[in-house]
Design a binder for this molecule. Sequence first.
Ligand code: NDP
Ligand code: 2IT
Length: 443
Amino acid sequence: MGYTQRIIDELKERYADQPEFIQAADEVLASIAPAVDANPAYEAAGLLERLVEPERVIMFRVPWIDDAGRVQVNRGYRIEFNSAIGPYKGGLRLHPSVNLSILKFLGFEQVFKNSLTTLPIGGGKGGADFDPKGKSDREVMAFCQSFMTELCRHIGPDTDVPAGDIGTGAREIGYLFGQYKRIRNEFTGVLTGKGLTWGGSLARTEATGYGLIYFVEELLRERGESLAGKRVNISGSGNVAIYAAEKATELGAVVQTMSDSTGWIFEADGIDLAAVHEIKEVRRGRLSEYADAHPSCEYHEGRGVWGVACDIALPCATQNELLLEDAQALAASGCAIVGEGANMPTTREATDFLIEQGIAFCPGKASNAGGVAVSALEMSQNSERLSWTFEEVDAKLKDIMVGIYHAAADAAAAYGHEGNLVVGANIAGFKKVAEAMMAQGVV
Ligand code: NDP
Ligand code: 2IT
């Protein structure tokens, strides 16, 4: 049995209770096998055994008091996965589904994604099974302060730099930063996604969504096409979805669908994005409110955006939200591109099917890397105590996304998998981390 397969088998046995982590690790390891097999020194150095184990897993109690005066307790986590090429970097997810398996999958993906950005950032992820939905601002602040009271001893601008993810936006980053500064008495770039008056970077809010569209635009450009007139289906209506929709619309596409965890909307002539922004980001409401104010819109409860015929599908909500049956429906409707804005939104079976069908599949670790890339640019600005203009940051973001597309496409071709961006992104992301780990000895 080959080295890579042995590690996959061992992982499946050891972490049978961590399905999302196994799913992510299996996909990466299976596709980097040719690059690993070409270099026997990796096995001698136990490289894969080390790559699949986080350097450190921190789990802690997060007690806080709700508005009724009751004590609530959540479980907090930070997975410091790999620091071979820079300080741990990655978001904090606040969602009731959060557990060790989900955060390990996200941390593992982040290692390769961050490598692909070409910037000096290692991989990490964290969060808690706290649900910000329905909580008052005071309750969210109480939770964030308690969470940071423990987390602050593990992070720092040269050690580990968290950011946003599902359920963690500008409000949460503000409360977390305030508590870090208060306890440590240091004003440093310990978090990214900060407000513009206190160290944040212009274009960080837009970065993941815009970056996804720049990636897809480059893929289209290589085919002599553009986004103009393309029908685009998006899932989710959070940070990534909204700015992907905004940039796609700006480039002439028609964004037909968006969703939240309750239901989805369909607007044949394009969604009114200002209304979605007001409902989801300002009022923290439900997408069903959009339908009330837009008679042209169809609203359905449950899931269903992949059943609408489109040219481009952009899953931007959460993991495993695009299933095999959805991939089949997309293929039948003539969809030509699936671009992941979320992390691992497409199941393994659906991914394999889409690739078999010749549909261009953009894996999240490449196509959603714009967010963390601009986070790294925020770190640079914090270090030099300067702020760059929106245009400067946006131009760098675009260059980075175009670069990632070509790095993945070139690596795929070099290993005989022309057009397979999954294999290409995994190999390109892996190589730099592997080289750094080999140089740094058995640590
Ligand atoms: P947000 O919290 O801003 O938005 C999440 C959206 O997805 C909401 O519309 C939410 O609906 C929906 N959603 C979340 N969980 C579920 C679920 N279990 N079932 C159905 N719908 C769900 O998060 P982001 O936009 O920041 O993140 C979306 C995805 O993008 C995640 O996979 C994240 O890891 C990834 N990502 C984010 C980056 C960033 O910079 N923010 C960078 C790279 C990737 P509802 O409002 O009902 O909860
Ligand atoms: O999944 C991701 O890349 C993010 N949530 C962004 C991480 C970051 O550090 O900006």
